[in-house]
Design a protein around this ligand. Sequence first.
Ligand SMILES: Cc1ncc(COP(=O)(O)O)c(C=O)c1O
Length: 269
Amino acid sequence: MFGKEPMESLDREALYFFHTYERIPLEIDRGEGVYLFAPDGKRYLDMFGGLAVNALGYAHPKVLEAIGRQARKYIHLSNYYLQEPQIQLAELLVKHSGFSKVFFTNSGTEAIEGAIKIARKWGSNRGKSEIISFTNAFHGRTMGALSMMDRPKYRDGYEPLLQNFRIIKFNDAQELRKAVGAKTLAVVTEFVQGEGGICPVSPEMSDEIDTLRKKFGFLLIADEIQSGIGRTGKLFGFGHYRASPDIVVVAKPLGGGLPLGAILGNSAV
Ligand SMILES: Cc1ncc(COP(=O)(O)O)c(C=O)c1O
């Protein structure tokens, strides 16, 4: 069905790779707009969109021009040097998000790890240690992210995971009321669960988080890696609610296909 070349690639992939993904037996040669092309020229409409990464499609001239221009100057410098493009992106994010501080990462899951670290540091001298997350969430594949996810598909074989994490039923305000207390450090949520099946947080749940937050003073961390950067029609998924998170993590389309994530927050954290 997919010709000789792709099958050869599939065999070589089977030989050389750790098998963490089940791949579609289709080799891609190039992309253009919303289309992908196989080596034999056959055109496919790409419904994956790079798993919510390729917001501007493939080979967008502005993205190609920006990458080419920057690559000719330098690709990597380390964080020891000041880098004007980094600062410009931070300024853009600050201007549009309303947050005052930015930390850049290489992926979404690292942004989640960073958010956990910021929260833990914030809670370390406040007697707060427990992070609450929700069933069916997806936050990434590193150990901190996995600690906030219940699905055996992702967790099995990797335990023990991190301590002081608790996962409660998504959109169950009563269970949240029972779980939250003085030791609660943070509640972490996608305002629209992506991998979980495009499930929005209910308005009642969002209000409950807000009420409990005022009472117990925990942080609200919004995982906007899949729902952020305009994907729901607003800059962030939480923009559809009265919610005001303390920390927001973004990634996916932020780098136009290059590996890039960011943590946004205010100076209080
Ligand atoms: C909501 C959410 N959080 C975190 C991640 C992890 O991001 P990454 O794959 O860039 O590590 C994903 C990836 O699909 C995601 O959808």
